[in-house]
Design a protein around this ligand. Structure first.
Ligand SMILES: [Fe+2]
Length: 211
């Protein structure tokens, strides 16, 4: 972000983009905010600096903005996607980067969005980056995104419980961001664990945006 542009303008611009995506895809309603809250929480726990936290919070809010460019029949398909449909769906991080990249001031946000589906083992997309080559902000967003997806209801399954969600993350060493969870060592304790899945009461003041 640039110091020459009022910060409030960044935040307002991001909110406009979130509103555009939510108008397009009802599923993302509140999802973006929940992921952004979790991202902030994890980023705080990981000891990131305030400016980095601000950046990844903005990126988390618009991580799926590229879905605007994915056809409705794919975005809203209740059943599994066909290979060709997956191919189109998997373009959304790049579409998001292209949208955000129109603003030089949002360049770093665009980069975090581009990599939010990379995987620790290199089997993610779009670039197949591996391990620490994936920007830490993207890894944190991926973890928060995964947790929110698992703990939300789907047409084909009820929401996973906290314990089921935790197990999923533990048994998947390639889960994006899992090393953040390991480093934080918080997933097993009540307060941190519940905060991780968005329990506001458990979160208390500990995850407050510092600054
Ligand atoms: Fe995504």
């Amino acid at each position: 972000m640039s110091n020459n542009v009022p910060r409030v303008l960044f935040h307002e611009t991001i909110q406009c983009l979130v509103a555009a995506l939510e108008a397009r895809d009802p599923y993302t309603r509140n999802h973006s905010k929940r992921v952004a809250d979790l991202t902030l929480d994890l980023g705080c726990r990981a000891g990131l600096q305030v400016l980095d936290l601000e950046l990844i919070h903005l990126a988390a809010l618009v991580h799926d903005i590229g879905k605007i460019g994915v056809p409705d029949q794919i975005l809203r398909k209740p059943g599994p996607l066909l290979p060709r449909e997956w191919e189109l769906f998997r373009q959304h991080p790049e579409i998001g980067q292209n949208i955000l990249g129109r603003s030089l001031h949002l360049e770093k946000v665009a980069e975090l969005v581009l990599h939010h589906h990379e995987r620790w083992d290199g089997n993610g997309y779009p670039e197949g980056l591996k391990g620490e080559r994936i920007p830490i902000g993207s890894r944190i967003i991926a973890l928060a995104d995964g947790v929110d997806a698992m703990t939300s209801a789907r047409a084909y399954r009820p929401p996973l419980s906290w314990l089921q969600c935790k197990r999923e993350i533990y048994i998947a060493p390639d889960f994006p961001g899992h090393e953040i969870r390991i480093n934080l060592g918080r997933l097993g304790d009540g307060r941190g664990g519940r905060a991780l899945v968005g329990d506001k009461e458990a979160r208390g003041g500990s995850a407050a945006f510092a600054g």
